[in-house]
Design a binder for this molecule. Structure first.
Ligand code: HEM
Length: 216
């Protein structure tokens, strides 16, 4: 299979990482050349926000792809995809804090109180920060696999909050087209997990009942 041999190739992961960071290079170039349109600050804030959300969708697509194809190679992309989503979220926060708010902390606090979607964005960011800080092997050893897994389920909350942040921001503009696309993708990715959880549970109940009846 061509896709599987590409996935196994040592160059695949760095090449994918570079591809996903290419929009960042474009944004830096655009900002330097003054080529980001009439409102470069808005372009930077919105693009980095959307790129963070895309990164989150890609990271959440890894497990379904691994299970559906039966190829364990997908799993080695997950941490990188999560960290790329986090990188864009950091840039998004920095662009907002710097270009929109001029790092005026009082202004930022007032903005959080005035616009709830900013608070939701902050919450999303805090979750992503906790996941990024504990995404290394040393953290898994320190926390223990069970606690680490529980903490990293926070990615589902982050995904839901990110869509809520996007929805709330667009609600003022009555423009929900893109929100519906991301909401649909994330619902499919999370819905698949719920469906798998229940089918695995009922399958294991059936096989337990089978083995009990064989013992009897
Ligand atoms: C760190 C706290 C955050 C703050 C302060 C924040 C702030 C903002 C602001 C000011 C906008 C633009 C509003 C406008 O132009 O009217 C925005 C848009 C957006 N943000 Fe955030 N955000 C945060 C976190 C996040 C995170 C973590 C994600 C995704 C994982 C995210 C995804 C988005 C998206 C998708 C948009 C809309 C982009 C578009 O219009 O295409 N934000 N955010």
């Amino acid at each position: 299979m061509v896709v599987r041999s590409a996935l196994r190739h040592a160059a695949f992961k760095p090449a994918l990482g570079m591809l996903l960071l290419a929009p960042l290079a474009y944004l830096v170039w655009g900002a330097a050349m003054d080529a980001l349109g009439p409102n470069p600050a808005e372009t930077l804030i919105r693009s980095t926000g959307e790129l963070a959300l895309r990164g989150l969708c890609l990271a959440l697509a890894v497990t379904p792809l691994r299970v559906m194809t039966g190829w364990p190679e997908w799993a080695r992309l997950r941490r990188m995809l999560g960290l790329i989503a986090f990188t864009y979220a950091v840039l998004h926060l920095l662009c907002y804090g710097w270009l929109d708010m001029g790092f005026e902390w009082g202004e930022i606090a007032r903005d959080i109180a005035k616009r709830p979607f900013i608070l939701v964005g902050m919450l999303t960011f805090v979750i992503l920060l906790a996941l990024a800080l504990t995404s290394f092997n040393a953290a898994i050893r320190r926390l223990g696999a069970r606690k680490w897994q529980l903490l990293h389920r926070g990615v589902y909350a982050a995904a839901g909050l990110a869509v809520l942040h996007f929805f709330w921001m667009r609600a003022g503009k009555n423009n929900f087209g893109d929100v519906a696309v991301y909401g649909g993708i994330l619902s499919a990715l999370l819905g698949w997990r719920v469906w798998r959880f229940y089918t695995n549970r009922s399958n294991s109940k059936v096989s337990n009942a089978d083995s009990r009846s064989r013992i009897r």
